[in-house]
Design a binder for this molecule. Structure first.
Ligand SMILES: [Zn+2]
Length: 383
């Protein structure tokens, strides 16, 4: 089995919605090259400052100028810094906590309030959410499913209730990690974007009604506000990454100067970096599920970005991917066992049901082969 890889970065052709041009370059690299040369960033910057003027409260008025969805990660800390310090706004940050929050995640969320910003910490209905975590894992092979959804819906619900029309999102993930042109060119995050590109894997909140007896009422925060409410408040969700060149490593330096803490004792499970996905104990399982489906994991995502930003050569990227991608996520699975109440055997069986038989070796009984560390045996090799 031979997988084609982008000649510039290390994305494989198995990545959903990724396209290759005649030179063998992937659409994410083409979008990145355009980001470097084809975009008038000065013009976009002016546009942004012009747009936000419209939402700024006048001197003497109370209220918030914008709402920022935050997790306590690097990106949301940067968004908070940018809107407050660079734009001089008074933002309200709304946090939808991850499934199993790490100590570092809590600390970094506290840090946002210490930057002089109000933060709403949404403590969700644990049981309803957990039912969706387990169901999302079984149904679409993603235990982070309700998290992806809640990150999009809860801040927008707060925007409507608090009457704060301007929402500031961070990067456009489709721009940074590759996606259809339509999703890359967009400057706004709205219901349509969320449904098409929000990583919901075709599962809707309506489909969760009835799971463990869940009712619409219990799932209230996960429903996107109605079109009438959105229109009445005039909700607009802008991607900061559409208006300003998004460079994660540079932003990291800025937020660290403002108290953001990274993982000092080594990289996060499943990749080689220590500054992303710090807030969730089970992120490694989510990344691993992507690996068993498509043959690439989080290290590939990070290597691609570092290659495009000229911080890694392609050969170095290949080496890191070989070293970090696709390792069985023992730490995440241990957390998931405790969280879900499922056994390791039950969990592995579900992971196997999403594992791509074209990409991984099986024995004569059809059981996936594994090495001594529990890692799958690949039929492909990155080169
Ligand atoms: Zn590429």
């Amino acid at each position: 089995m031979k997988i084609r890889y982008c000649k510039k970065c290390v994305f494989p052709e198995t990545k959903p919605d990724l396209h290759f041009n005649d030179e063998g370059i992937c659409s994410a690299c083409v979008a990145a090259a355009q980001k470097d040369k084809g975009i008038d960033w000065e013009k976009r910057k002016e546009d942004f400052f012009q747009i936000i003027q419209h939402y700024k409260k006048k001197p003497g008025e109370t209220g918030y100028d914008c709402l920022i969805p935050v997790s306590g990660g690097k990106d949301s800390t940067y968004q908070a810094y940018f809107m407050k310090e660079v734009c001089g706004m008074n933002p309200l940050c709304v946090c939808f906590e991850t499934t199993a929050v790490t100590e570092l995640g809590k600390k970094n969320l506290d840090n946002i309030s210490k930057m002089g910003i109000d933060v709403v910490y949404f403590k969700k209905n644990y049981n309803a959410y957990r039912s969706m975590v387990v169901e999302g894992f079984k149904r679409v092979g993603d235990e982070m499913w309700p998290n992806h959804l809640g990150i999009f819906t809860i801040p927008v619900n707060f925007a409507v209730k608090f009457n704060i029309p301007l929402l500031i999102w961070g990067e456009n993930p489709q721009q940074e990690y590759g996606g259809p042109l339509e999703s890359i060119q967009t400057r706004q995050l709205n219901r349509k974007w969320m449904e098409e590109f929000g990583g919901l894997l075709g599962n809707r909140i309506q489909d969760m009604v009835g799971v463990d007896g869940l009712t619409e009422k219990e799932l209230t925060p996960y429903f996107y506000p109605s079109d009438e409410d959105i229109e009445r408040v005039g909700v607009v969700g802008l991607f900061l990454g559409h208006y300003f060149f998004w460079d994660a490593r540079k932003q990291l330096d800025i937020v660290m100067e403002r108290g953001f803490a990274i993982k000092e004792d080594g990289p996060v499970e499943g990749t080689y970096t220590n500054y992303e996905n710090l807030d969730e104990k089970m992120h490694g399982l989510h990344d691993y599920l992507k690996f068993v489906k498509y043959g690439f994991g989080r290290a590939t995502d990070h290597a691609c970005i570092d290659i495009r930003n000229n911080r890694l050569s392609r050969a170095e990227g290949v080496k890191l991917v070989k070293q970090y991608d696709g390792k069985y996520p023992h730490l995440s699975v241990a957390t998931f066992i405790a969280y879900s109440g499922m056994s390791k055997e039950q969990i592995d069986k579900i992971i196997d049901s999403f594992t791509n038989t074209m990409l991984f070796e099986r024995d004569e009984k059809g059981i996936f082969k594994r090495d001594e560390q529990g890692n799958l045996v690949r039929k492909f090799e990155i080169e």
